[in-house]
Design a protein around this ligand. Structure first.
Ligand code: 3HC
Length: 284
């Protein structure tokens, strides 16, 4: 199966990044959002990132224009009917994601189409079961910033067809030029199963007054050669996304390592979500 027509549902931080990656790889891309405002914000995000890629010398102006011309924005999910691949990147809310999958099942006409979720930690099988074609559903998990990070986790549920996993793995490697790894449908898959406990520990360390955020971050940058420390990384990922991932992993495992720190919940209650809102643990 050769994929040319794809769609992304949601154009927040991850959805916009994924749409950009697809368009740069030559895909005809539809980006579906819930409202005109959200769609405009997604457009602006992609435009800004493409401009940054040009400024950094990663993309020519001609390639930027070509990528931009391959993107179409809509607030009508029905427009994704003819797509061969749809990647859901809505906010981390299980009910919203399930209803999107049910809607995709109703509108996408090609029985061979692949329906994927970029969820950071939720069970893929629950989204698969919201459709009449669970064998065509899998997780395709990108990392922030998607245009820069090379990794993509391919997450197969117990019902994902081998052929769907193989097609997506080939597509990610050969068409998108990214590095796929295979993960089971377990809380947090591979990366977030390790990352979320780490971020929660760092926030608990800050909360306890044991160290400042600057020193925690400097510790992991200077001591372990991470590109950024965990507090800054939580801000980059989005504190709401960190909280939702921790909540969903904690609900399923009861592992105290992913019990959401109270400080994280309070930051989210306050609307301080990190880089995307201009203020999280740091100001931007
Ligand atoms: N398009 C293409 N390339 C771009 C770009 C864009 N919009 N913006 C930046 N780049 C390139 C730059 O040219 C540069 O490339 P080079 O190394 O070849 O010169 C590289 O990306 C780094 O960019 P900058 O120099 O502008 O910025 P920094 O060096 O400060 O790096 C960062 C920023 C990439 C965010 C880096 O700090 C980093 O990798 N941090 C860790 C991020 C991380 O861990 N992400 C995973 C989060 S977990 C997640 O997403 C999963 C979720 O489910 C929770």
């Amino acid at each position: 199966m050769s994929i040319h027509r794809s769609a992304v549902i949601g154009s927040g931080l991850m959805g916009a990044g994924i749409a950009e990656v697809l368009a740069k790889a030559g895909q005809d891309v539809i980006v579906s959002e819930v409202s005109a405002d959200a769609s405009a914000a997604g457009r602006a995000r992609i435009e800004k990132s493409l401009a940054r890629a040009v400024a950094k010398g990663k993309l020519s102006e001609a390639d930027r224009d070509a990528a931009w011309s391959r993107l179409r924005f809509t607030t009508d999910i029905g427009e994704v009917a003819d797509r061969q691949l749809v990647i859901e990147a809505a906010s981390e809310n299980e009910e919203i994601k399930k209803s999107i999958f049910a809607e995709l099942d109703a509108v996408v006409t090609d029985p061979e189409a692949i329906l994927a979720s970029n969820t950071s930690s939720m069970p893929i099988i629950r989204f698969a079961q919201a459709t009449s074609r669970p064998e065509r559903v899998l997780g395709v998990h990108f990392f922030n910033p998607a245009p820069v990070q090379p990794l993509v986790e391919i997450v197969s549920s117990v019902l994902t067809a081998d052929e769907v996993r193989e097609t997506m793995t080939g597509f990610v490697a050969e068409v998108l030029g990214k590095s796929p790894i295979q993960a089971g449908d377990r809380p947090g898959f591979i990366v977030n199963a390790l990352l979320i406990p780490y971020l929660c520990s760092a926030i608990r360390m800050l909360e306890s007054g044991f160290a400042t955020k600057e020193d925690i971050d400097a510790g992991m940058v200077g001591g372990c050669a991470h590109p950024m420390g965990p507090i800054a990384l939580a801000d980059l990922v989005g504190l709401d996304t960190c909280l939702f991932a921790a909540e969903s992993m904690y609900a399923e495992t009861g592992d105290l390592a992913v019990k959401p720190p109270v400080l994280l919940s309070r930051m989210v209650d306050a609307g301080l979500l990190g880089v995307k809102t201009g203020r999280g643990f740091y100001e931007y």
